[in-house]
Design a protein around this ligand. Structure first.
Ligand SMILES: [Cu+2]
Length: 158
């Protein structure tokens, strides 16, 4: 019994150390690994490119909607894809509908995505950079029907 208690205590201690270590590691480049982008009522993102440094282990993208229109009329999301998949994902998203955030469920071409938001709202997505290749050619887009023609940009990692 005593042995088991000691083992548990040691495991808890190791866990705490691992947590502290990972918090510290994340803090090192935290700011550059957290990106912000805003969509508006004019069907535009405020950025044409997002850059993530190679030493980020994970990325958080926060999407803001600075407009006033509801998500049924001018909803925006943020969807990350390989550049070559952009049109296919935009088309598949259109069929998926608003209830699925215009993202086909289980679609492997979708690397990361937020939900759809309307004016005045914000949302975020966090994903590991282990799904990305350094120097790979990625793009982000809004998959609300018709928006990707204007709402797209380059996503660079490393
Ligand atoms: Cu949009």
């Amino acid at each position: 019994m005593k042995l088991m208690r000691n083992t548990l205590a040691a495991a808890a201690l190791l866990g705490a150390q691992a947590l502290l270590f990972s918090m510290h590691a994340d803090a090192a480049a935290a700011d550059q690994c957290k990106l912000e982008i805003t969509g508006n009522d004019m069907m535009q993102y405020d950025k044409k490119e997002l850059d993530v440094p190679a030493d980020c282990t994970q990325v958080t993208v926060t999407l803001h909607h600075s407009g006033k229109l509801p998500k049924q009329a001018m909803g925006h999301n943020w969807v990350l894809v390989n550049a070559s998949d952009l049109t296919a994902v935009a088309n598949a998203g259109m069929s998926a509908g608003l209830e699925s955030d215009y993202v086909p469920s289980g679609d492997k071409r979708v690397l990361a995505h937020t939900k759809v938001i309307g004016g005045g709202e914000k949302t975020a997505v966090t994903f590991p950079t282990s799904i990305l290749k350094k120097g790979g050619s990625y793009m982000y887009l809004c998959t609300f029907p018709g928006h990707n023609a204007l709402m797209r940009g380059a996503f660079k990692f490393g």
